[in-house]
Ligand binder design. Sequence first.
Ligand code: FE
Ligand code: MN
Length: 361
Amino acid sequence: MQKTYQIGDKKFTLDQTKAEAVFAAKKVILGRETMTFNLLPLKYQWAYELYRTMKANHWEPEDIPMGKDIEQWNDANLLSDVERWIIMMGVGYFSAAEGIVGDNIQHVIRELVTAPELKLVLGRHAHEENIHADSLLYMISSLGINPHECEAMFEDVETIRKKNEFVTKTSHALRRDLDLTKLENKQLLAKNMFVFGQCMEGTQFYGLFGMILSLYRQNKFPGIGQMFRYTLRDESNHIELLRALLMDLVDENPEIWTPEFKEELRDQMRTAVDLEKEFISDCLPVNSLGLRAEDFLQYIDYIADRRLEGVGLPGLSDGVSNPLPWLAEMMDIKKEQNFFEGRVTEYQKSSALSAVDDDEL
Ligand code: FE
Ligand code: MN
């Protein structure tokens, strides 16, 4: 089918069949390589919608006042040693982890995936990891924590080192020019998506989310807590992105999804859960006011099973209940204003097609 435009004495013929062939060649991997970033027609509608949601949640660390946190941090009588240690473990772990995720998204997954709308949402994901890394820098400098100490935590706290090593080892083999026609390499990529999305961002981030947001509920570290709420909301989109991407990859390459491979993924989750439980024990060596280690340990079992279910795999610990039901509500910050400054942190004001009042932001 062809359509011809006659403009003056020039004639342009557009071939509908060619356009349809381009659409059909859109794939998660091994699709048409293109320099033109042709988003339309969209094949992965979910990816574009998620991109819009993520963009609407945009936030910047310096929107959040740290005055109260600084006051609390500097008052010797206000906080217990464990409460301070949770914050140290939080900034220590996440400073490294956010960068590791961003690097893997940008240099592994986004490089290997071919459809432009998937690259679009992955680019946003990588940028959000930059925002998270920047928010940690802001917390560290506001509280006056020695950055060298923070750096030393990645190496000297064994449970942080092990969590980082667990994820980075699924990343090394996958840099540029991987031959994705080979089944074993497709499985390496699928495993990478699972480990980063479901094991790391989906499970291993939640020990500290739980602890830091428990402190926030007691009005301790309101600025840090607010940043972690925004981060938690972002992470829930990252988990969904990597879940949907893995499912589409498997859909288009069903040979990946063998019984052995599914067991391998469950084993990865088992390891992730063990590492997270050791890490929680390091964060909370003694119980603190309102924070019981056993709740956080149980929460990890609970959330790991939700992540497995999300990709159609059986859970590891049957029917364990959610000991921290309030944690899900912490993400519900749509339309909320930053109550210190009254600044609206939701940037969704107009649709992409009618965005003319940007200067109002
Ligand atoms: Fe992050
Ligand atoms: Mn993330």
